[in-house]
Design a protein around this ligand. Structure first.
Ligand code: NDP
Length: 232
């Protein structure tokens, strides 16, 4: 018996069309899960769906803005219809706004809080009936090491990710009796589009991050996939 076999499980990965979400979606599919790729860019969604299909696994892709509750409801309904239920929700979609706090606009604050934190609550709340109906399930939230550290350039981001950790704990205790396990992954620096400006345009910051990182490099998105499969 393979304890990491996800055959017969249906998963939604928000922001599954890029970076860490794409790697997790492919990882879950490689472990046997059927995966719905839910992001705003339909072409990128479709590319990852095809990648998964080429690996011989089932996938659907759907336009979804995690800040739009109608999109969330549509993604959950389509996943249940395509795969016969919902067992795994990965709340991965996220954005960052780099600015010093004294110059941070309301928009830079609220867009990050809404996308990174409020959407995790709204998607989890909407998924709860489906997960409970399936007899239980897993919610995996992608937080960040910035839920623990402070950041002079990312106050809204760090606050949102700290909120995700506390939300994760609260959902976990609320829904444990429904056999729904809720966990968070807190990655360090990973080479994705989100961190490209730091790798490409902020040499001093990049050098200081790598200098204090024991491995001497950023992580790769694929290095997050095994953790997600384990939690799923
Ligand atoms: P990317 O920028 O590569 O990917 C972000 C993903 O989120 C895209 O697929 C994007 O798709 C999606 N997304 C953004 N906004 C929305 C929205 N409103 N609705 C739906 N999807 C959305 O970033 P990463 O892969 O690096 O980030 C993934 C997660 O990992 C984020 O939560 C991030 O905070 C977290 N993280 C990243 C780290 C890193 O070093 N890279 C470290 C720690 C955590 P689309 O634009 O098509 O909607």
């Amino acid at each position: 018996m393979n304890p990491f076999d996800l055959s017969g499980k249906a998963a939604i990965v928000t922001g599954g069309n890029n970076g860490i979400g794409r790697a997790i979606a492919i990882g879950l599919a490689s472990a046997g899960a059927s995966v719905c790729i839910a992001g705003r860019d339909e072409k990128k969604n479709e590319n990852v769906r095809l990648e998964i299909e080429e690996l011989g696994h089932k996938s659907i892709s759907l336009h979804c803005d995690v800040n739009v509750e109608a999109d969330i409801a549509a993604v959950i309904a389509a996943t249940e219809e395509a795969f016969g239920g919902l067992g795994i929700l990965v709340n991965n979609a996220g954005i960052a706004a780099l600015n010093v706090p004294e110059q941070m606009s309301d928009e830079e604050w609220s867009s990050v809080i809404e996308t990174n934190l409020s959407s995790v609550f709204k998607f989890s709340r909407a998924a709860y009936p489906s997960l409970a109906k399936s007899g239980g399930g897993k919610i995996i939230n992608i937080s960040s090491m910035y839920s623990i550290f402070g950041s002079p350039l990312a106050a809204s981001y760090a606050a949102s990710k700290g909120g995700v950790v506390q939300l994760t704990k609260s959902l976990a205790v609320a829904w444990a009796s429904d056999d729904i396990q809720v966990n968070a992954i807190l990655p360090g620096w990973i080479s994705t589009d989100m961190t490209a400006p730091i790798r490409n345009d902020m040499q001093d910051l990049y050098d200081s991050i790598v200098a204090r990182t024991p491995a001497g490099r950023f992580g790769e998105p694929e290095e997050c996939a095994g953790t997600a499969v384990f939690l799923a």
